[in-house]
Design a protein around this ligand. Structure first.
Ligand SMILES: *[C@@H]1O[C@H](CO)[C@@H](O)[C@H](O)[C@H]1NC(C)=O
Ligand SMILES: *[C@@H]1O[C@H](CO)[C@@H](O)[C@H](O)[C@H]1NC(C)=O
Ligand SMILES: *[C@@H]1O[C@H](CO)[C@@H](O)[C@H](O)[C@H]1NC(C)=O
Ligand SMILES: *[C@@H]1O[C@H](CO)[C@@H](O)[C@H](O)[C@H]1NC(C)=O
Ligand SMILES: *[C@@H]1O[C@H](CO)[C@@H](O)[C@H](O)[C@H]1NC(C)=O
Ligand SMILES: *[C@@H]1O[C@H](CO)[C@@H](O)[C@H](O)[C@H]1NC(C)=O
Ligand SMILES: *[C@@H]1O[C@H](CO)[C@@H](O)[C@H](O)[C@H]1NC(C)=O
Length: 356
């Protein structure tokens, strides 16, 4: 699964002031830096072959290069099967706003010289950098990228703890580190990222619990901690996540009853809690979540009956309750769920729309 989250957020344009223009025959320093970038990579599809230093507006007319006022603003080279290393000369592209290299096979670290790119807003390199490395291996580098609003580094083989430097990127709106080998706790300091809207830490090797103060992330709309190795309960502070639309806490060892605070989050559309150790009766409270499209409670320890008030869930498309300790029959009111497409019940039975 490639990382393709792309954010264009509040770009502020700073006019570049040139005291003198480069002589027509001189190769611009940014073109030289990009040529060095090209030479440090193997390019099996020949995507960078057309990068011609002699072309009149080099490097601004090169494939994957976007300029503003003659300076490189974005480098977008996803899915090109590029291999090799990233040259530190990337740091010479000091007006760079966005670096998108996801779905390549580039070795080694993001060069620390990128800290010179002080306007950088988004680094999208998920499934792109493939050698095992510690996420915080370039101390101080991350924290200097003060303008960063999106950091997407899923599927890169990162290990170690979430570096504290990263928690100083207070402008971050999306932090996507899924499918790495990160360990340790999810630090409670993550709530310093007060503008965070998307937090995807799924499929890592964390330990410990969901931070008790997670509800301080008031802007959060997507929380994906699936397969993170967490234990403990869902904190009651979750009541603070009033903008939450997607909650995925599936595939770990979360236990206890669901906090009633969960049923007060008005925008919830996707609730994935399958494969945990949750207890209590199947909660009636979900019936108040009128936007709910997807509810997966399967493979837990829920007991009791299927609540008849789920019939109020007019937007519900998927309801999965299989592998629990639920008794009784399917209430007729479920027939009122007019959007329902998939209903998974029992230990192994699946009913689909037409049969309801
Ligand atoms: C991160 O999670 C969000 C929401 O759960 C999801 O849409 C997105 O695809 C995930 N990112 C990756 C790279 O899988
Ligand atoms: C590079 O651009 C120059 C100037 O436009 C042109 O003369 C030359 O043929 C180009 N080289 C290649 C390899 O395309
Ligand atoms: C958080 O977002 C608000 C509203 O967009 C903005 O005014 C503020 O500067 C942001 N905070 C940081 C630390 O970037
Ligand atoms: C959470 O992220 C994983 C990728 O790591 C993705 O497969 C899953 O679909 C996401 N969950 C939701 C609800 O989007
Ligand atoms: C519900 O969650 C379980 C366990 O995580 C998973 O196996 C199942 O495929 C999910 N069902 C749907 C419809 O997504
Ligand atoms: C379901 O619809 C029937 C009428 O078709 C109505 O009498 C009943 O109150 C509804 N129940 C729920 C839970 O929506
Ligand atoms: C449920 O699973 C059991 C054991 O795998 C199997 O024997 C049985 O036929 C299944 N029942 C249905 C309705 O699929």
């Amino acid at each position: 699964m490639a990382t393709t989250v792309i954010f264009f957020l509040h770009f502020t344009f700073f006019a570049a002031v040139f005291s003198h223009l480069p002589h027509a025959s001189a190769v611009s320093p940014e073109a030289q830096a990009l040529t060095s970038f090209k030479l440090s990579l193997h390019d099996p599809l020949g995507a960078l072959e057309g990068w011609n230093e002699s072309s009149p507006s080099a490097p601004c007319d090169w494939h994957g290069v976007l300029c503003f006022s003659g300076r490189v603003r974005e480098l977008r080279l996803p899915r090109l099967r590029l291999t090799g290393r990233l040259t530190p000369r990337l740091g010479e592209l000091t007006q760079l706003r966005k670096l998108s290299l996801h779905s390549n096979d580039i070795n080694g670290a993001v060069p620390s010289s990128l800290s010179r790119c002080v306007f950088l807003k988004a680094v999208v390199a998920g499934h792109g950098l493939r050698r095992k490395q510690v996420l915080g291996s370039s101390p101080g580098f991350l924290s200097q990228l003060r303008s960063l609003t999106a950091l997407s580094l899923g599927r890169n083989g990162f290990s170690g703890r979430i570096p504290s430097d990263l928690l100083r990127l207070s402008g971050l709106e999306a932090l996507i580190l899924n499918e790495n080998h990160l360990t340790g706790d999810i630090p409670s300091g993550i709530t310093k990222l007060a503008n965070l809207s998307v937090l995807n830490l799924s499929f890592n090797r964390f330990s410990g619990e969901i931070p008790a103060n997670v509800g301080d992330l008031k802007s959060l709309s997507v929380l994906n901690l699936s397969g993170c190795g967490l234990t403990g309960r869902i904190p009651v502070s979750i009541s603070g996540l009033m903008k939450l639309r997607v909650l995925d806490l599936s595939k770990q060892r979360i236990s206890g009853e669901l906090p009633v605070e969960l049923f007060g989050l008005p925008d919830l559309q996707v609730v994935a809690l399958g494969h945990n150790a949750l207890t209590g009766v199947v909660p009636e409270g979900f019936s108040s979540l009128v936007s709910l499209r997807f509810l997966n409670l399967s493979d837990n320890l829920f007991s009791g009956h299927i609540p008849s008030n789920y019939g109020f869930l007019k937007s519900l498309q998927v309801l999965s309750l299989s592998h629990n300790r639920i008794s009784g029959s399917l209430p007729a009111e479920i027939g009122n769920c007019s959007s329902l497409e998939v209903l998974e019940l029992g230990s192994n039975r699946t009913y689909s729309g037409a049969n309801i």
